[in-house]
Design a protein around this ligand. Structure first.
Ligand SMILES: [Zn+2]
Length: 238
């Protein structure tokens, strides 16, 4: 594995400390809108919405943003709402999860949907979405009570795709992505993996620091950079 791969994959950490380094090249439109996500995230979102009949009451508000779009949102918000509000709810350009193509803001469908802070209540169809999200690899990225770690205010509308089984494990242990990435570094590849079982499969998850050699393995395997110095290797069997 080489250094450039560290910045790619479903598990990259993008936050005030770690900027985005890559531009996604497999973006697709969501539910016949102009809003885009990376292909795998879009497919899983679609399956999730099918299960709960979600598009009947939930609207996509914002998905992938280029650096320029993030800068425009930042500038407009600053002009209209001031620095305190902007810093609370808009990520610094270059540090927004929306630039990964793995994050989406969703809002309860209604006449007026706030672009910066769409309504996403705990009950009804939005509640159903939250309950089903982890099974399809999505996490609530900025939960209440973790603001000191994420450095972003509670955002009930912002969901991030990390994939299965990672979303399920994060939910089980109430980890935000910062905590999960840190937690995984103790499970050294290849001898000391975290074993996780869900109803269908057994997973082995381990960590490899950048610059190490990853041998060819026969099992089904997925490798993601973490955008902060290492790789997360997910191996699954039946
Ligand atoms: Zn967002």
């Amino acid at each position: 594995m080489n250094k450039t791969d560290v910045v790619s994959g479903n598990l990259i950490l993008v936050n005030p400390d770690f900027p985005i380094h890559e531009t996604p090249n497999d973006l697709v439109y969501i539910n016949n809108t102009k809003i885009m996500l990376r292909r795998e995230a879009a497919m899983q979102l679609d399956l999730l919405m099918k299960e709960i009949d979600g598009w009947t009451g939930i609207s996509p508000v914002s998905g992938f943003r280029s650096l320029q779009e993030q800068q425009e949102i930042w500038d407009n918000c600053l002009k209209e709402s001031g620095i305190e509000f902007t810093e609370k709810f808009v990520a610094i350009p270059g540090h927004s999860e929306h630039q990964t193509g793995l994050a989406i803001d969703l809002g309860k469908t209604q006449k007026y949907i706030d672009f910066i802070r769409p309504e996403f209540p705990d009950d009804g169809i939005c509640g159903k979405f939250k309950s089903a999200a982890a099974k399809y690899g999505f996490i609530l990225r900025y939960p209440k009570g973790k603001e000191h770690i994420t450095k972003i205010s509670h955002e009930p509308w912002h969901f991030r795709y990390v994939g299965v089984p990672h979303a399920e494990i994060m939910l089980k242990y109430s980890f935000v992505l910062e905590e999960y990435i840190e937690f995984l570094t103790q499970f050294k590849f290849p001898n000391d993996p975290l074993i996780y079982k869900n109803a269908e499969k057994t997973f082995e998850i381990s960590y490899l620091a950048s610059g190490n050699y990853l041998p060819k393995l026969s099992a089904q395997l997925c490798v993601s950079g973490n955008n902060c110095g290492g790789f997360i290797i997910t191996k699954w069997g039946t």
